[in-house]
Design a protein around this ligand. Structure first.
Ligand SMILES: [Zn+2]
Length: 264
């Protein structure tokens, strides 16, 4: 009996990205876990003031959990904080930025889709936000990293239609075509948002030199907003497609997925 019980327990490392009250004192948590991707678990009695688990299950806390297999959802049996991230809950602006990253990841991945790189990317992004790094850069770096590890890295250096290298002029970013489109080929996707030369410079610098390189550009708010909008439309297009798991797996196997935990 003891052995059977042990087999039904599992350990995981996770970041709290959502929660929903259930019944009198319970709560369902949505977690991005390192081991199993996005999962939903239940914590019993966690809304009681006496709950010892509650402080470890705050929004954006990175924690180590012990889970017991339940009929529908696994049940949290113990929780321990690894990184608390209090700034992301006390500062409304930072809470919004952290929520953006969590929601983007949640919407673009399936439940139980194993993506340890996505977990790493989210953890890294939240810690940069908590450290006060410019959110508009941190989040665009996150967007680009997420597109890449899901197998939808945009082509940034050549027109995706005519394959000519892009020159310093206003081009457009097409979600449907998977990258930048030159003005001669723009007819191929008229809905693609235009990106100025400075906007493209920001995107390419994020791609090539990571966050540290992009920070030296000091983009003004207009450029930051333009790139934010272009990436949002790119993400919207991805949401409309089937995020086929084999494609993700292939991207990882082919080494298209960058390593996180460093600056890139
Ligand atoms: Zn072209």
């Amino acid at each position: 009996v003891g052995r059977q019980r042990r087999e039904r327990l599992s350990r995981c490392e996770a970041i709290v990205i959502g929660r929903l009250d259930l019944g009198e004192a319970d709560r369902i948590f949505t977690l991005m876990s390192r081991e199993r991707g996005k999962i939903r678990v239940i914590a019993k009695g966690v809304r009681r003031p006496s709950s010892r688990m509650a402080p470890h299950l705050e929004y954006f806390t990175r924690c180590r959990l012990m889970l017991a297999q339940g009929r529908d959802l696994d049940v949290v049996t113990s929780a321990e904080t690894i990184v608390a991230m209090p700034a992301l809950r006390t500062d409304l602006g930072l809470f919004g930025h952290a929520s953006y990253a969590a929601e983007m990841l949640s919407r673009l991945t399936e439940d139980e889709q194993e993506l340890p790189e996505a977990f790493g990317l989210l953890a890294h992004t939240l810690s940069l936000l908590g450290d006060g790094v410019e959110p508009s850069l941190v989040l665009r770096h996150f967007d680009l990293g997420l597109f890449t590890l899901l197998g939808f890295r945009p082509e940034l250096y050549r027109c995706v239609v005519c394959r000519q290298p892009l020159v310093a002029e206003t081009n457009a970013l097409s979600g449907g075509l998977g990258g930048m489109v030159c003005p001669r080929c723009r007819h191929a996707d008229l809905s693609a948002p235009q990106v100025s030369v400075n906007g493209q410079k920001l995107i390419r610098t994020l791609d090539r030199d990571g966050l540290a390189g992009a920070a030296t550009l000091r983009p003004d708010s207009g450029v930051a907003a333009e790139v934010e909008r272009a990436f949002a439309l790119y993400a919207r297009h991805l949401l409309d497609r089937d995020l086929a798991t084999p494609r993700v797996v292939r991207a990882i196997q082919e080494g298209l997925v960058p390593a996180y935990g460093t600056d890139r």
